[in-house]
Design a protein around this ligand. Structure first.
Ligand SMILES: [Zn+2]
Ligand SMILES: [Zn+2]
Ligand SMILES: [Zn+2]
Ligand SMILES: [Zn+2]
Ligand SMILES: [Zn+2]
Ligand SMILES: [Zn+2]
Length: 417
């Protein structure tokens, strides 16, 4: 494979970065409830109806309009999330009390140690997505699209809560519905596996002692993670290293709880992982990192993106091709690991990678993205050689700079001039 270095012919791309950042600020979702446009609408409708020939009809219409507005306002009030006070987004219902919240608000609340329902303070065990509520929200938004959350808000929320996933609420330190005044946030709280009667059929050999039970034996957070425990690379909750549901990414060496957020709190087998932030070709179009893989050779990136769309090749297929290719190479993943590609991927402490020859069988979503970006350009050069491209592209004339143009030297790239 050629080792090619191309000066950029095009200005650097300024599209938003694909930086692996799964830890959005917890404050960004808080927002005031949508402003009401009642007054404005009212004025417009009155004006419109004054021009109408029939005065009676106008009166009737005004009455029905204000009835409609009252209904919408009532509905919006009822569908308000108790956490962020906005119209509920991807609603989830807390069991057994049946209070509902935005999925993302609920994840953040659990992440911040919430074990009781934020609305009624009742003991809660499970959070499940609510399809009926979602349907009502959809109906409301069809009638009043202005109440839709901004794209940015939705993206942030979707990053925190994966639509449709259920969550288990970590066991409270005590089975008491009373708010626990004896807590101390400087000390570690038991992990989901620490309790003797936890629902997972496996118990921590060294359970974390809760501060409210025995302050002497409690584990101070300044001392790092308690023995046998680590923090999940996705939800950042304490997990048990030995638990059957815990998985470790063999690239970044971070563990995942396998409990809180389905499909995200996990390091999967290489071939079954989904690279983070790369769901379809449009995610690649948005990614400045993809352009960087091609030294900002926009023309070549666009040819590739067209090719991917036409042949319906997904980023995940590319990721899997790259994994297969690297596995077939004598050095395997070593070049990637030795270039520190997977260092500091998550904001939680990682384990130590002491054997560069260790087998790599599990990967987290963020490391899967790193692997994809690492191998994307060479993947494309291999793909071009399959001969599926139009002759018009493969036979493009030389750049007017001729051999002075370094991009023309590489059969895998084109020159935008
Ligand atoms: Zn909310
Ligand atoms: Zn409740
Ligand atoms: Zn534990
Ligand atoms: Zn987790
Ligand atoms: Zn990883
Ligand atoms: Zn050129």
């Amino acid at each position: 494979m050629e080792d090619v270095q191309h000066p950029s012919h095009a200005p650097p791309d300024t599209t938003p970065s694909l930086a692996p950042d799964s830890h959005p600020s917890t404050t960004t979702l808080k927002r005031p409830p949508s402003p009401s446009f009642e007054g404005v609408d009212d004025k417009i409708t009155r004006k419109r109806f004054r021009e109408d020939s029939s005065e009676d009809m106008a009166q009737a219409q005004i009455a029905s309009t204000s009835k409609y507005e009252a209904l919408v306002e009532d509905l919006a009030q009822e569908l308000q999330c108790g956490c962020c006070a906005g119209l509920v987004y991807r609603p989830v219902v807390v069991s057994p009390c049946q209070h509902f919240f935005c999925g993302s608000c609920c994840v953040l609340w659990i992440k911040n140690g919430g074990a009781n329902c934020p609305a009624c303070r009742g003991v809660s065990n499970f959070v499940t997505p609510s399809r009926p509520l979602q349907k009502i929200v959809d109906v409301l938004l069809r009638a009043e699209p202005s109440r839709t959350r901004t794209e940015r808000e939705r993206m942030q929320a979707d990053e925190i809560y994966k639509a449709g996933s259920s969550m288990r609420i970590p066991t409270p330190r005590e089975a008491s519905p009373e708010p626990n005044l004896n807590q101390n946030s400087d000390y570690a709280r038991p992990c989901p596996h620490c309790g003797p009667d936890n629902p997972y059929g496996w118990r921590c050999p060294q359970p974390i002692v809760d501060f409210s039970v025995d302050p002497e034996q409690a584990w101070h957070l300044d001392d790092g993670a308690p023995p046998g425990h680590a923090y999940c690379g996705n939800c950042e909750m304490l997990l048990a290293l030995g638990a059957p549901v815990t998985t470790k990414c063999d690239f970044c060496q971070v563990s995942f709880c396998g409990i809180n957020v389905q499909g995200r709190c996990t390091a999967s087998a290489l071939a079954s992982q989904h690279p983070h932030n790369m769901n379809d070709v449009s995610d690649l179009i948005q990614s400045s990192e993809v352009y960087e893989c091609f030294e900002n050779n926009h023309v070549e990136v666009e040819i590739m993106l067209d090719y991917l769309s036409t042949r319906q090749i997904t980023p995940r297929q590319i990721y899997r091709d790259i994994v297969q290719y690297l596995q077939s190479q004598p050095n395997g993943f070593r070049p990637l690991i030795e270039s520190d590609l997977f260092v500091d991927m998550h904001s939680v402490a990682a384990g130590i990678d002491d054997n560069p020859n260790a087998p790599r069988s599990r990967v987290c979503r963020h490391c899967a993205t790193e692997v994809t970006l690492w191998g994307l350009r060479e993947w494309w050069i291999r793909e071009r050689q399959k001969g599926h491209l139009d002759a018009a592209i493969t036979n493009r004339p030389d750049c007017e700079q001729g051999t002075l143009c370094s991009q023309q030297k590489d059969p895998g790239t084109s020159c935008p001039v």
